[in-house]
Structure formats: C-alpha cells, structure tokens
Design a protein around this ligand. Structure first.
Ligand code: KIV
Length: 285
C-alpha cells in the first residue's frame, strides 16, 4: 500500500537553497518499511548502492545493477510522500559517456519517480553532470572517498591526505558545483578539508565522515541502528543496537515455539462460543 496524502514533497531545489541554514538531515533507505519510518524525520532519503553490501552481502558496491536500484527506488517511493528521494546510479551505468548516463538516469527517474540521481566522481564527471542537468535530471555529486572506485583507491580509506590530493578534492567540488550539481556529498576526508570545501562552494555539502560544519549529514540507516555489523567505519555512530534486540526477540520466539507456548489461544482462529475456545459449532440437523 502506498502512502497517499497531500503532503508537498521536498525538492532538490528546496535543499539547494538551504546553504548556510539549518543542517540538512539525510539517511539511506532501501525498502518501503524503512522509508515509512524515516519519511517524517529526514529531509532526504538516498537509495544508496550501499544496499549491495548492506542488504545483499556483497563485498563492495560494484555488483549492483540499474534494475536493483529501480526496484528498491520504487519500494522507497511507495513508503514516502515528503522527503526528497535520490537514487544512486550504480557502477558502470554512467561513467562511459554523458549519453549513456542520460539513458540510464532517465530510466531510473521515469521508473521510480524519484527526485534526482547521485553519481560518484569529481572533475571527470562534470561534463556528464552538466549534460544531465541541462536535460532535466537533477544530480547529487559524490566526491572524496567514492566507494565505486575502491580498487583504484586501494580500499575504503580516507582521502585527501597530501596537499596535492586535498587540492584535487577541492577542484572536484568546484567542478561538480559549477556543472550544476544540487548537492555535493563529501565522504571520508579530513575535517579542515570538508570545512574548506563547504566555505568555497555555493552548493550545500552533505558530509559522511567529514565534518559537522558541512551543510548536512548522511549515514547508512542500518549502521546507525546497529543492523550492519560486518563493517563499521570510524565515522559511524550507533544510535541503537537493533542486532541485539533481534537476537533477543528471535530467541524468545524460538523458546515459545519449542514449549508450545506460541501460538496462544488469542493467535488462533476458532469458534469462541459458550463451549469455549476452538470448540466447533455442532452440526445443524
Ligand atoms: O551508497 C550509499 O549509501 C552512499 C552514501 C552513504 C553516501 O553513497
């Protein structure tokens, strides 16, 4: 069942106008149920390709496909009528040429009805970002630690550690902002570098492992809930230990099934007449 109300959805243009105002609150969402829970609290939900690792147990995001992103994007849209919904473009679906990017991004936009797409990459993606924006596709850029380039970066490591590397990330931020990106996700960089980028571009920065001075923050929802224990980057803060709650709840269910304490009478269908629970009515002669 989709969430049908008259609420006005937050647009990327609204968020672009929030530079220097209250921080923009963002989280990932991959499913309708999580989308329903987050929709009233966050400004933006990202259907991140991190779903490959978090939901599908992949060791990187490289195996995620456009079809997977569309299926999850549609699910998230069904649970939301308020937040701005952005869908990540997966590895291999946009890098080759602006035309290829347009074909895949327009399909994602048309089939999910999301508010925009996110692409990884800096100056080298500026031409593509400009091509997409000019043709009606709002784009969120993603610079710094870009997980789709994990093999080139040599692992999920913080970026911009030398002066030269830091200058390149500043140049990336300026290039994607000038190309028309509505927001710039800045991941895994030293705090002073994130602050400098935030001060030097007029587009809001969304930090992840960056700085509280960014114009907004994003994390993976399963990380903050304690539902993804395989990999915990330094920048993740756990706000709940839902893995422990699930283990405890499943243990309680298992015990009750083994003891035949579940299902109890109130969970069973049956005749509730004067003869008591579950006594079938007498056949009429
Ligand atoms: O794929 C993802 O979830 C992301 C972020 C968390 C920024 O790109």
């Amino acid at each position: 069942m989709s969430k049908a109300t008259n609420t006005k959805r937050i647009t990327l243009m609204d968020l672009k106008g929030r530079k220097g105002q209250d921080p923009i609150v963002c989280l990932t969402a991959y499913t309708t149920s999580i989308s329903r829970l987050l929709d009233d609290q966050v400004d933006l939900m990202l259907v991140g390709d991190s779903l490959g690792m978090v939901l599908y147990g992949m060791d990187s995001t490289l195996g995620v496909t456009v079809d997977m992103m569309i299926a999850h994007g549609q699910g998230v849209m069904r649970g939301s009528d308020r937040a701005c919904i952005i869908v990540d473009m997966p590895f291999g679906s946009y890098e080759e040429s602006p035309q290829m990017a347009f074909r895949n991004c327009s399909r994602v936009m048309a089939e999910t009805r999301c508010s925009g797409v996110k692409l990884e990459g800096g100056a080298e993606m500026a031409e593509t970002i400009s091509f997409l924006v000019k043709r009606g596709i709002p784009v969120v850029a993603h610079i710094g630690l870009t997980p789709q380039s994990v093999h080139v970066l040599g692992g999920f490591k913080s970026q911009g550690k030398t002066d030269e590397a830091a200058e390149q990330i500043v140049a990336d931020a300026k290039a994607v902002a000038a190309a028309g990106a509505s927001l710039v996700v800045v991941e895994g960089v030293m705090e002073p570098l994130a602050v400098r980028i935030t001060n030097e571009i007029d587009v809001p920065t969304i930090g992840i492992g960056a700085s509280a001075q960014c114009d907004g923050q994003i994390l993976v929802t399963e990380d903050i809930l304690g539902l993804f224990a395989e990999f915990k980057p330094k920048f993740v803060k756990r706000y709940a230990q839902m893995d422990e709650m699930i283990t405890e709840a499943v243990g309680a269910y298992k015990t009750e099934v083994l003891n035949r304490a579940f299902p109890a009478p109130e969970h069973c269908f049956g005749y509730k007449g004067p003869l008591g629970h579950n006594n079938p009515p007498k056949e009429q002669k």
